[in-house]
Design a binder for this molecule. Sequence first.
Ligand SMILES: [Zn+2]
Length: 382
Amino acid sequence: MTNFEPKPSNYFFNTLKDSGSIIMATNLRILNGVAHGVFRAAKKMDAVFLVELAKSECDLTGGYTGLTPEKLSKMTRAIAEDVKFDMWGLHADHITLKKGNLEEIKEVQDLIDAQVKAGYTSFAIDASFLFNVNGKTTEECLAKNIEVTSRMVKYVKNKMNDKEFGLEVEVGEIGYHDGQGKVKTKPEEAVTFLQGLKEQDVFPNVLAIANGSAHGNNYDLQGNLMAQLSIDISQTQAVAKAIRTAGLDVRIAQHGITGTPRELIRTLFPHKDVLKGNVGTFWQNIVWDTLKVYEPDLHQRMCAWTMEKFKEDAVKKGLKTEPQILGLYGKNATKEFFDELYSLRESTVQALESVAYSEALLFFEAFQAQGSAEKVRRTMFK
Ligand SMILES: [Zn+2]
C-alpha cells in the first residue's frame, strides 16, 4: 500500500542521476496555501521533489520562519497525506558550520537530533565557510571543511541508525564576493574535497558549489530587481566533468535559482550534471505579491516592520530602494507575523495555492521532472 511519508532521497538521486531530470528542492518559508499548491503540482507532473529549510530558516527555536523541524515535518506530512503524493523527501538544507568549534558542533548535533526525530530523509552539511585562505595547497585550504563535514556526516549516520538517507555537501561559499566578483568553485577544489571525504568513507549524492548564483533576489546597482543571469554554466560543466573523470559518483546541487528565467533553465541548464535545484526566495515572493492584493493591510504592516527593523542596517550595506530592502530582509518578518500568515482568509489561501501550483508546474517542466516519481517507484519497490 502506498504511504505518503517522506522517502529517503538517496533513491531519488541514484535513480535520476543520468535521466536529465533535476530534482526541485523547495524552501517553503510560508507553508500556508503554498505547500498545497506545490504538492498538487508534483502530483500532477508525477515529479519527485524535496521540501527543505536551512538551519537559519528552521531550527529548534523556529529560525526566521517560526518553523521548528518538528512543526515543518508535521505540517508537510499532513499535506502530503491530504494531496496523496508519495515521492517527496524532507531535506535539511544548509546545516551550516562557520567556526567548527566544539560549541558550534554541539549546537548542530542538537539540531540534527531534532531533524532525525522529526523524520527527515535527507541532509546537507555545509562547512564551506571553513575555507583556509592561507592554505598553500588545495588540500590545505579544504582540510577543515573535509574534517568537519566528515564528522557531522558520521553523526547523522549514527543517529539515523539503519535508515537510509540522501546526502549533500558543499565546497565554495555560495554568493561569496571577494571585491572583484563572485568567487567560483574550481574543478580541482571539488575533486580534492570529494576525494578527501571518500578517504573518510563519506559518499555524498550531490555537491553544492559556488558557480555565480546568489541566494535570494538579485538587484542592479540602482537597487532595481533584475533577472539572475549569472549562473556560470561552463564552469558548472567543468566541475561536473572533473568529478566524473576522477571516478566519483556525485552530481551538482544548484543553489539560488530564484530569478533565473524558466525558459533558460529548460534550454541552457546542464540537466545531466545538475541533479538538485534549490528554489527558495521565489516562494516567499509569491506570498508577498499575493498579500499585496488579498491582504493589503497585513502586507503593509509586514513592510513597515521590516523597514523599521532593518532600514539602518540595509542603508549601511549600500542598499538603495525600499523594494530592495524588503526583498532582502522581508524574510525576517515571517516569524513575527507567523500567526497571521497561518490564519489567512480562505480566499487568500486559495489564491496562494493556485499561484504556487501554476508556478511549480513551470519549474517542474523546466527541470524536465515530469514522470520522475514513477522512475523512482520502480527502483524502490522492484
Ligand atoms: Zn543554498
